[in-house]
Design a protein around this ligand. Structure first.
Ligand SMILES: CC(C)(COP(=O)([O-])OP(=O)([O-])OC[C@H]1O[C@@H](n2cnc3c(N)ncnc32)[C@H](O)[C@@H]1OP(=O)([O-])[O-])[C@@H](O)C(=O)NCCC(=O)NCCSC(=O)C[C@@](C)(O)CC(=O)[O-]
Length: 303
């Protein structure tokens, strides 16, 4: 059995991926309070904003205000999605530390999500990537549908490897292998991660798992076995992509932290503060959060 990494980076994506799909408008004040709570929990990286068309994703329209008014923890990275130059300009004005170009390993999903082909998206990202680098920003590439697509079904390993190579050539510091619709299972996860790692350095690869079929924690463990050491998660399991119908939220941060703590893997994050943040946002959304660990810890505290 391979040794697991001793330390991992957990990227909290709740304020962006988690909230982008909420139907009711969530105020900037609530988003700011959520980010601030998460910052105080010790995350090294929080995905806080998305500079996309407000016609496509109305919930993210307050991103500039959120970025301006959050209290930034020294040394932490606050990331923003930037699909094009207009998005990049927004991210620069908002002083994002990292910008995220987001493509897809599935042609059909690329069209639905960003209204262009994979080829066109990569061509569009060239200028975004260059401008990000020229301004000294970190650059992350996210690859949706790396394990399956809601429109085309299976996604071949070669298609994932191809986009990983293109993101690498654009100068990405980190590349997310995303299970947008949560269909991956552990052996498939290992095959995809191993293939991605044949194209890009393993310590720059992250696992972004949605939990639609309840496989996300198992897939994270499987990724750890391959040596992946960066994972995305969402407080209270918030989320879902507006262009992946039926897909549920990301794996819940509380559940990931509980597992990492049990495995003795260092995260630098205070689980109790994350549980409070999860209870806070679930209260605002007026529903029970989907984190099993978060709900169990909250229930235990309440006696
Ligand atoms: C990419 C576009 C813009 C193309 O959309 P388009 O309609 O092809 O673009 P356009 O250039 O023709 O522009 C149309 C309008 O949008 C405006 N516009 C154009 N760009 C921007 C911008 N950056 N910020 C603000 N406004 C913008 C532009 O100014 C124009 O405004 P109008 O003249 O009609 O008033 C659109 O498809 C879009 O915004 N898509 C975003 C989709 C999205 O955010 N999806 C969710 C995030 S991805 C995700 O969740 C997956 C991930 C990352 O988590 C990983 C996983 O799990 O898979």
């Amino acid at each position: 059995m391979n040794a697991l990494p001793k330390k991992v980076k957990i990227v909290e994506v709740g304020p962006r991926d988690g909230l982008q799909n909420e139907k009711e408008t969530i105020s900037a004040d609530v988003k700011i309070e959520l980010v601030n709570r998460l910052s105080s929990a010790g995350f090294a990286n929080i995905e806080a904003a998305s500079f996309v068309s407000p016609k496509w994703v109305p919930q993210m329209a307050t991103s500039a205000e959120v970025m301006e008014r959050i209290t930034r923890r020294a040394g932490a990275i606050y990331s923003a999605l930037t699909p094009n130059m207009k998005g990049l300009e927004g991210a620069l004005a908002a002083k994002a530390d990292e910008v995220v170009i987001f493509g897809s390993a599935s042609e059909a999903f690329s069209q639905k999500n960003i209204n262009c082909s994979i080829e066109e998206s990569i061509a569009r990202f060239v200028d975004v990537a260059k401008a990000a680098k020229d301004h000294g920003l970190r650059l992350r590439g996210s690859i949706s549908c790396s394990f399956g697509c809601p429109y085309q079904g299976d996604v071949p390993l070669d298609a994932v490897a191809d986009v990983v190579g293109r993101m690498r050539d654009l100068g990405c510091d980190e590349i997310d292998i995303a299970d947008t619709i949560g269909v991956a299972t552990p052996r498939k996860t290992q095959a995809v991660m191993e293939r991605a790692a044949s194209v890009f350095r393993l310590d720059g690869i992250s696992g972004h798992f949605h939990d639609t079929y309840g496989q996300a924690l198992a897939n994270i463990y499987a990724s750890l076995e391959v040596g992946v050491s960066i994972f995305h998660s969402s407080v209270a399991g918030l989320g879902g992509c507006p262009y992946a119908k039926g897909a549920t939220g990301n794996v819940a941060t509380e559940d990931v932290l509980y597992m990492m703590n049990g495995l003795g893997i260092e995260t630098g994050i205070d689980l109790d503060i994350v549980v409070d943040a999860g209870q806070y946002i679930s209260g605002i959304l007026n529903r029970k959060g989907s984190s099993r660990a978060g709900n169990a810890i909250a229930a235990k505290r309440a006696g």
